[in-house]
Design a binder for this molecule. Structure first.
Ligand SMILES: [Zn+2]
Length: 49
């Protein structure tokens, strides 16, 4: 995996170090490529996990 994570909102694969923002949901940490993706996720996290 070498630090690659998937943005659950736009499904883009990003490097952990490149993630603009993160959010914790049900004990799991999610990484986002943009603030926009994070906002969408936080409005309705169950839609994306
Ligand atoms: Zn994204």
């Amino acid at each position: 995996m070498f630090g690659k994570v998937k943005d659950p909102v736009c499904k883009k694969k990003i490097k952990r170090a490149e993630a603009v923002d993160t959010s914790e949901y049900e004990g799991k940490l999610y990484y986002f490529c943009s603030k926009d993706c994070k906002d969408k996720f936080e409005k309705n996290p169950s839609k994306y996990v």
